[in-house]
Design a protein around this ligand. Structure first.
Ligand code: ADP
Ligand code: ZN
Length: 365
């Protein structure tokens, strides 16, 4: 088992990562002060089928435990579901000393975290992530729900009491979800050092290579890198923006092709490749673009070559942070050295077309 301490301005808490560690959950809850009166587990339908009983069975002899199961998928990060969860909490008489457990992936973590952040002006919560991608949302304290016109528009910075990564839960995760999470891990390695990128390329050639030992190591690595960045910039004033590497194009692809059509990680992976391509072109540096493109291909990341580049540029420009005719991009001078650049829209359009041409004769989506 590995235990990492996360220090933020508002609080400090632990993330434990390992196999067969679910039995530590009651101890973790018992160590909280003031004492927990009641527990509400929020989870989704897929996770509930597999793991809700197992988690409850660890708690019911010591605590009063309730559960609320939401439909799986991004649509559940809604005002309506937020209201349903909060109303359930109230009708179940959760009080200020009650605890919410978020059992699931990023959707459950964001929604349950936001319910915890707002219920009676904030009650404590523990995250039990069940996806690889959720490591990203489990560090940094961002919780949120969506509005019909925008993702994560209503939210808060709110830290959990503990994050318990019982990795056995990841064993039923579909391969495509595992790949989606791995996109963020590889992005984090690129923000950290060339050594970490090399290590990943050497040890993970296929997503099926993510056996127990490797999975534990990459999660620890991802959490540590993200924590290093977030802890110096809790409220996103400066370097936290580097975590958006690959996301300018990634988010535009998700919006262009449909959020339920492509996974977040598949969009981010293609966006990261593009960021490497742009960095090499603008700075004349060597970021092993060709090697990484082959590696991503082996890992199964799809190529989105049939997109309408003008439309995608328009979507990238929508970001509120853009000024005038430029688009903000996180680029790399080298692995471990990111920079924020404002690039003229026309320049990005040309680069995007050239980039897409590179792949047009390869695998198509
Ligand atoms: P993320 O944002 O972390 O990818 P989601 O909450 O969108 O997470 O979960 C992705 C999908 O995987 C959802 O359909 C969810 O129900 C399902 N899921 C989450 N964890 C598991 C698991 N351990 N085993 C099987 N399916 C899971
Ligand atoms: Zn992301």
């Amino acid at each position: 088992m590995c235990e990492l301490q996360i220090n933020t301005k508002s609080k400090s808490y632990f993330i434990t990562i390992g196999y067969d560690i679910l039995h530590t959950l009651p101890q973790i809850i018992n160590s909280l002060s003031p004492k927990i009166t009641k527990i509400l587990i929020i989870t989704d339908t897929n996770v509930a089928v597999n793991y809700l009983d197992e988690v409850k069975s660890k708690l019911t002899d010591q605590f009063d435990v309730l559960d609320f199961v939401i439909p799986s998928g991004e649509q559940s990060k809604s005002m309506m579901m937020f209201e349903k969860c909060s109303s359930f909490a109230l009708s179940s008489q959760l009080d200020r000393n009650s605890l919410i457990i978020a059992l699931g992936g990023g959707v459950v973590g964001d929604l349950a975290g936001f319910v915890a952040a707002t219920y009676m002006r904030g009650i404590r919560f523990i995250q039990v992530p069940t996806t690889l991608l959720a490591h990203d949302s489990a560090v940094g304290g961002k919780v949120a729900i969506n509005l019909p016109l925008g993702k994560n528009v209503v939210g808060a910075f709110y830290q959990p009491e503990h994050v318990l990564y019982h990795l056995n839960f990841l064993e039923t995760l579909p391969l495509s979800e595992m790949r989606s999470g791995f996109a963020e891990i590889s992005k984090e390695a690129m923000l950290s050092s060339k050594e970490e990128v090399n290590w990943l390329m050497e040890h993970v050639k296929q997503i099926t290579d993510l056996e127990r030992n490797i999975l534990k190591q990459i999660l620890k690595m991802g959490v540590q890198i993200k924590n290093n960045i977030v802890s110096t910039d809790e409220k996103e004033k400066g370097i936290r923006a580097f975590l958006n590497l690959g996301h300018t194009l990634g988010h535009a692809l998700e919006a262009h092709l449909g959020y339920s059509v492509i996974s977040h990680g598949d969009g981010v992976a293609f966006g990261t490749l593009f960021a490497l391509y742009v960095s090499e072109n603008l700075f004349g540096v060597d970021l092993h673009f060709d090697e990484i493109r082959k590696w991503y291909n082996q890992l199964g990341f799809p190529l989105f070559t049939n997109i309408d580049s003008a439309e995608v540029i328009k979507l990238m420009k929508h970001d509120k942070k853009n000024i005038g005719n430029s688009i903000r991009f996180i680029l790399l001078k080298k692995f471990g050295q990111a920079e924020l650049h404002e690039i003229k829209q026309e320049k990005i359009h040309t680069l995007l077309n050239n980039f897409l041409d590179l792949f047009r004769n390869e695998k198509e989506l």
